[in-house]
Ligand binder design. Sequence first.
Ligand code: ADE
Length: 425
Amino acid sequence: MTATQTQIKHEVKDLSLAALGRQRIEWAGREMPVLRQIRERFAKEKPFAGIRLVACCHVTTETAHLAIALKEGGADALLIASNPLSTQDDVAACLVADYGISVYAIKGEDNDTYHRHVQIALDHKPNIIIDDGSDVVATLIQERPNQIGDLIGTTEETTTGIVRLRAMFRDGVLTFPAMNVNDADTKHFFDNRYGTGQSTLDGIIRATNILLAGKSIVVAGYGWCGKGTALRARGMGANVIVTEIDPTKAIEAVMDGFLVMPMDEAAAQGDIFITVTGNKHVIRGEHFDAMKDGAIVCNSGHFDIEIDLKALASRASEVKTVRSFTQEYRLNNNKSVIVLGEGRLINLAAAEGHPSAVMDMSFANQALASEYLVKNQGKLEAGIHSIPTEVDKDIARLKLQAMGINIDSLTPDQTEYINSWTSGT
Ligand code: ADE
């Protein structure tokens, strides 16, 4: 063990995995040019000097680049996992051993360990919290209200986390600024749609090696993540059924060419079910009863609440692990249902999460939102703030530039026209 490894506080699986982690982190960096530029600027300007920062994220090769950028920007950074199954142990090892970042994350950690790590994160007395699902912020508010005074603000990565922050604001307990990274255009258009779309199918394929062509795939939820998943499933030759509770999104799904029906009907038709709604028990007892023998169910929403696994277990005479991340529930009705990744987000449990090219923009938003909070300390009202449009557009411009794609700009005549109201028909 090197001096660095012994000094940096951590709980990771095995520090000897660091070399593999480093190789994979470097590979991911090839597709993350925007975050690289931000990191280079941070290294010079040190916007986080003196700032204690906690990041609760999926510990992946992409998150590694965010953590390194924040550390080079001067942050006293501590990283914990935002899900018990999403940690890449080699990445966690490399961040501790090679970059001197405190990491508390082990793939497969139990719920108690997960919550203990949230407490360790709060023991760090953060000034900035980068959250993914809002667990750290919710715990701060509920269990450590005396530490809220230390906090400059938080940034939130996911739709689920934003829904929770809105509920906190309604209840009058969100007494500090929260930057809404999820709703930045350069985040959800790409990460939620193309990232979730590709990585969810990647997770299903890695877990099962199943052919998707010709299968009936039921996608529950037609938000950005559901749209991406349905689109990519169709691209693989599946017949896609969408279920929704929102009438407008349901029309959108119909006009995008998908079959739309309630889960009660879809249950008997699907070969594979993917939940991406953010709500609980989207697939429940009566749906399992109606499913075909061998139906596969999985979730790509943030929490493991979308599939009612208790209801499934109560119908099962036997549960058997048949492949990694793949469990067969043999039901009392003589059929079986296959559950992937214990109902946790399958794209990170069985695959590697969203590809680096989209996380480049998501984490550019995280890095710049954190900097914005520090620069505007004391000036922002309590509540949820959008990412400033200039920041969002700058990230898009940098991404396009890195992709080598040029676009048009307005002529002076067009600028004048678009800003005037006097000339019509
Ligand atoms: N969320 C989804 N994919 C991710 C990834 N690759 N890294 C971090 N967070 C993610």
